[in-house]
Design a protein. Structure first.
Length: 365
């Protein structure tokens, strides 16, 4: 019976891998705005700029900021409108009823609170990760799930100015709909004439701020571009490595994690006996998924991307319940001894980053 159902997992993984780049262009953005028209929290769903009704916002800048999300071709935008007295827990309650990839707010006073919330949300949710785009949070978020924009704001080509908090909407919308084979590094924000860089001073050049976890917008050749596309992660460990400070790496990680988690939950949990043969079929499907991601250059095609039963974790599970002889089992014996309802799998893969740096040495005769 198990073997009749398992090909569905292969099909699901194949579809997810083949459509990975296209799906990365169809991210969902959640925006929180405070508006005097709000009573409680009201959710709006938009797919195009013309969906936004100006009469729903008494604060004109809210309407303008939301419109800026549609400077790129977006998939879906959720706007949560609340008032100044709305408690954060009420906003969170509504926010967690929907599924989204990026979240931001144009409220200057809520930047730090949003960063804190997103860090906790990701700690509590193993199968779905979200990323916050905030501005000028001085207490380092130090998280791969928080992108922290530097600078007070910019001037617009059409005239006028925009605050950094308001511009988080534009940056978050761009990230939510940027294909996974394209980095935000050197992305041109065409509507900007300039961006504040007064924070650059002696001893604190642009590289200093990037290295300290800030997303910078740079004035370059009469254009405003994104500097190196990094998040706020600056403390590197064995699990949060330096390459995870790159936005495109985390974007790929989040997609792979969610694809595997949801496919396992939807097609496997409760449907099959926990035997090595059934584990092997699932592992084979994941490895096929990895190969297809490598073909799309989301994973490095020159790396041995693979997963298998985690013999160490499985052995530890047996010894933890008092089966001391498991310490003497070789890996083959351990692998053939599935533990209760648990499936222990270890993967090794290399996500492909984008080309951003060049060192070209030319020897002249």
């Amino acid at each position: 019976m198990a073997r009749l159902g398992l090909p569905n997992i292969d099909i699901e993984f194949t579809q997810k891998a083949v459509t990975a780049v296209q799906r990365s262009e169809r991210g969902i953005l959640a925006i929180i705005v405070k508006d005097d028209k709000a009573t409680g929290v009201t959710k709006f769903v938009y797919r195009r700029a013309t969906d936004v009704n100006k009469s729903d916002y008494l604060t004109e800048s809210n309407y303008t900021d939301i419109q800026r999300a549609f400077n790129v071709a977006v998939n879906k935008v959720y706007v949560f409108r609340c008032n100044a007295t709305t408690e954060a827990k009420d906003v969170v309650k509504e926010l967690e009823k929907v599924r989204y990839n990026y979240v931001c707010t144009n409220d200057t006073n809520y930047q730090s609170g949003l960063a804190t919330y997103v860090k906790q949300f990701n700690a509590d949710n193993p199968g779905h990760k979200v990323v916050a785009v905030v501005a000028n949070v001085e207490t380092k978020p130090d998280s791969k799930y928080v992108i922290n924009i530097k600078g007070t704001g910019g001037t617009l080509v059409e005239g006028g100015t925009v605050t950094a908090a308001s511009y988080t909407i534009r940056v978050a919308s761009t990230l939510a709909n940027l294909p996974m084979n394209r980095s935000l590094t050197y992305y041109v924000f065409g509507e900007l004439a300039s961006w504040d860089d007064s924070y650059i001073e002696d001893g604190k050049d642009i590289n200093y701020w990037i290295d300290n976890g800030w997303l910078t917008l740079i004035n370059d050749d009469e254009e405003v571009k994104c500097g190196r596309a990094v998040n706020s992660l600056t403390t590197f460990t064995g699990t949060d490595t330096e390459d995870m400070s790159h936005i495109i790496i985390v974007e790929s990680m989040n997609m792979i994690l969610e694809d595997i988690y949801t496919t396992f939950k939807d097609y496997y949990v409760g449907k099959y006996k926990n035997t090595l043969s059934n584990q092997r079929l699932f592992i084979s499907s994941v490895n096929t998924y990895f190969r297809q991601l490598a073909a799309s250059e989301i994973l490095d095609p020159d790396y041995d991307n693979h997963c298998d039963v985690d013999a160490t974790a499985q052995r530890n599970a047996w010894t933890a319940i008092g089966k001391s002889e498991a310490e003497d089992w070789d890996d083959n014996k351990v692998i053939h001894m599935p533990f209760r309802t648990n499936v222990f799998i270890a993967g090794d893969c290399k996500i492909a980053d984008c080309i951003e740096d060049l060192k070209f040495v030319i020897a002249l005769a």
